[in-house]
Design a protein around this ligand. Structure first.
Ligand code: PLP
Length: 452
């Protein structure tokens, strides 16, 4: 049996990790997670850790649901693989398409399957350009995204993302992509009313469209709430203004629901929370609760009608688009979410409790702001509350806080100096109490360590 040190040695020797500082990895070794159940994961030393991030914001129904393992086993025996190219199809993909048309907003009745959220956003870029070409407007091809957004790691996904470090490493973005500011109010324009701030941030879209020329812009893409960008919750005025600008200027609205889809905000989709009618809606993560890699783009009737009625071939697709085993597992995941009313219960009961308890952390001397919606919450680590002063190197304090948290038995994520939780939707009130207690202990220890 391998010890933790054995695993770490092998890992360092052969495994190139995504989004990991290799220097740090070599110096300290990786954290080896061996099994999971409910809202907990266990490491190779047997430590039990409350997973406050649901993996990577995805294990919405919690770990260890045998029904999903059984659905995979059944499907592997029946039809482990077939494709949907060249007029082929198969029951799991057809069934999942039908279920998705039921659970997503009413005007989204078509899905293009992918293997992940990144290739869902590649599909978005391809599809919006294809759509406008079919509509006789081939010059409408620029997609506008937002700074600090995360839309994936493929070349198109990373280009749509607004992360400076990704762009610098990859000589991105590719041509035909532009970025505007994010509606991030904390620490900026403190005297401005939030709604005024939200309107101004949305107006950046109108200004960018005017600068590029409306006739050249295909779409605007954004997450309802920016997740990996730091849980940036827009003021109430923001989305109505964005919707108005897109409609007025005939720009497709793409709402990236890879994180917010399937219950994260206490509603089935973030689009319902903010009353959005996206033309395209990328999904992944919670679609299978992370049990299988699968994503897709929900396509509105407006766009699908053009793509289908014009006929012709869309030269795009993946070997694993609608993979039967992944589709069967996703369908079972959606059945459980629906039958057990997991999203409705989280939205009505657990989420208000989590938010009320999370807000208590705002009194901590290290916390400049707490915020959250549904089962998503964040706090800002600050050097001083009044006057407000951020840390000179917020990333260092964030990493210290993150590591301290894991030591205390709670996974939190750090984005710079912002600490984030996004637990499984099935977390109980007692487990929320445990999460808050461990977060508070972590803040205390982090505070002591940096003021020592
Ligand atoms: N879009 C958003 C909003 C995401 O948060 C992510 C991943 O975190 C992606 C797209 C990319 O998804 P994937 O990692 O499945 O490629």
């Amino acid at each position: 049996k391998h010890t933790t040190a054995d695993w770490q040695r092998l890992d360092a020797a052969h495994h190139l990790h995504p989004f990991t500082d290799y220097g740090e990895l070599n110096a300290r070794g990786s954290r080896i997670i061996t099994h999971a159940d409910g809202c907990y994961v266990w490491d190779a030393d047997g430590n039990k850790i409350l997973d406050g991030m649901a993996g990577l914001w995805c294990v919405n129904i919690g770990y260890g649901r045998k029904e999903l393992a059984e659905a995979a086993y059944r499907q592997m025996q029946e039809l482990p693989y077939y494709n949907n190219f060249f007029q082929c199809s198969h029951p799991p993909a057809i069934e999942l398409s039908r279920i998705l048309s039921e659970v997503t907003p009413a005007h989204l009745n078509h899905v293009f399957f992918t293997g992940s959220g990144s290739d869902a956003n590649d599909t978005v870029l391809r599809m919006v350009r294809y759509y406008w070409k079919l509509r006789g407007k081939p010059y409408k091809k620029i997609v506008i995204a937002r700074e600090n957004a995360y839309h994936g790691s493929t070349v198109a996904g990373a280009s749509l993302s607004g992360m400076a470090a990704m762009h610098a490493q990859g000589d991105l973005p590719i041509p035909g992509i532009a970025h505007i500011e994010q509606p991030y109010h904390f620490g900026r324009e403190p005297d401005m009313d939030p709604d005024e701030f939200g309107c101004q941030a949305a107006q950046a879209l109108a200004r960018k469209i005017d600068e590029l020329g409306e006739c050249n812009v295909a779409a605007f893409i954004a997450e309802p709430i920016q997740g990996a960008g730091g849980v940036i919750i827009p003021p109430a005025s923001y989305w109505p203004e964005i919707k108005r600008i897109c409609a007025e200027r005939d720009i497709l609205l793409v709402v990236d629901e890879v994180i917010t889809g399937f219950g994260r905000l206490g509603t089935w989709f973030g689009s319902q929370y903010y009353d959005l009618q996206p033309d395209l809606m990328p999904i992944a993560k919670g679609l299978s609760s992370g049990y299988m890699p699968i994503g897709g783009v929900m396509v509105s009737d407006r766009v699908a009608r053009v793509v289908i009625e014009e006929g012709g071939e869309f030269f795009h697709g993946y070997t694993y688009s609608g993979h039967p085993v992944a589709a069967a597992v996703a369908a079972e995941n959606l059945r459980i979410l629906r039958d057990e009313k997991i999203i409705e219960r989280a939205g009505a009961e657990t989420a208000p409790y989590l938010q009320a308890r999370w807000a208590e952390l705002g009194e901590h001397p290290l916390v400049g702001e707490t915020r959250g919606v549904g089962m998503l919450a964040a706090l800002e680590l600050v050097k001083s509350k009044t006057p407000l002063e951020r840390f000179a190197e917020p990333g260092k304090v964030g990493t210290l806080c993150r590591d301290t948290s894991v030591k205390n038995g709670l996974v939190m994520r750090a984005v710079g100096g912002t600490m984030i939780v996004s637990p499984p939707l099935v977390i109980s009130r007692e487990q929320v109490d445990e999460l808050i207690e461990k977060a508070r202990q972590t803040l205390d220890e982090t505070h002591r360590a940096i003021t020592r």
